[in-house]
Design a protein around this ligand. Sequence first.
Ligand code: UD1
Ligand code: UDP
Length: 389
Amino acid sequence: MKIGIILGTRPEIIKLSSIVRKLERLKKLKVDGLNNAHNDINNTNGSIGNINYFIIHTNQHYSENMDKIFFKELNLPSPNYNLNVGSGTHGEQTAKMLEGIEKILIKEKPDVVIVQGDTNTVLAGALASSKLKIKVAHVEAGLRSYDRNMPEEINRVLTDHVCDYLFTPTEIAKENLLKEGIEQEKIFVVGNTIVDATLQNIKIAEERDDIKNFIKTLSNGEDYFLLTIHRAENTDNKERLKNIIKAIGEITKYHNNKIVFPIHPRTENRLKKYNLFDEIKNNKNIKIIEPVGYLEFLMLEKNAKLILTDSGGVQEEACILKVPCITLRDNTERPETINVGSNILVGADIEKIINGIELMLKKERNWKNPFGDGNSGETIVEILLNQNL
Ligand code: UD1
Ligand code: UDP
């Protein structure tokens, strides 16, 4: 079986890492001899004998600390193809990806293509493959915010409807797909691969003195809140971004701890454009840093008193690592985190943000992770190898 993996952004590299590592192990087993293969995989219809895979990177993300750092830290092989698409309008970016991906798929002729998440890379990968009649597997299928203003929601819905295998993290996501008329036989509830990535890498991070020292130096050994913002709904709306920045400034007056803010390049650009960057940079209680690698970020999350974010992956990781989360959005496609009590929605409303912090600081950290046991990547590969492709 030949598998094509298509990825392009920071969260896709992280959330596909357990799948890539599993495929790499199987490829090595093939080279080393099949005798050991049964130790690594169960019930696979014999497809293991011919397993092969390749990675296409669209380079939607390309800055060192949004891209290569993750291949290095997560010990992933370099992509076989780099499309160098970079940034652009949605149409430009998606069109360039479609063109580049199609050429490679025609040449490589994979049996199945895997995409993960809800970015423009995912839509382009799923669309190019399905039009070539190549089977497509969507990892993290079925998430819905029911907000079509979000580019991610359009990407998710369209991707799910052209896919052949839909790997949902939870029963809620499966129900979303069934409501849209997607056939039950295509849907597999497997947990979220973010649990694999979080659990595997927090262990590594906790044993690294350089990372422990990085956190210590950054926080001065004191309590801190961790902040990330990057979603278009916040960064492309001056009023919302202004309110969030104002709320953050207010928080630093009431709480005797710093706010650590690894800033996404999109957010830095917008803050500068709206003349809001200096206000936040000049606040001595806010520590703005460049985006950091995965091991550093997991440790920043784990040691934070509280996390403020509009990121999807960060809502999940906060839940898994048992750190209370305040989501700076009006809705979430991760309702499981709200249901278990690890997360609340506060939008970009100053009062709600401040009250939300008070509420979440009192939370007992005893919720249950609803996203699975950390074996999703393995399960996904096993299911695919069991298909008659
Ligand atoms: C994209 C995804 C979003 C996901 C996020 C993960 C879409 C529509 N959006 O948003 O769902 O949550 O990735 O982080 O696919 N930039 C750099 N260096 C980079 C990448 C981006 O400087 O390596 C800057 C550029 O100015 C660019 C801007 O960030 O214009 C936005 O990048 P883009 O990939 O269009 O969207 P993201 O906001 O990263
Ligand atoms: N992340 C990271 N370094 C950072 C910020 C985030 O490694 O400086 C990781 C984080 O642990 C999570 C992923 O990036 O796994 C989330 O990506 P992002 O917030 O960009 O996208 P989203 O999940 O919202 O699509």
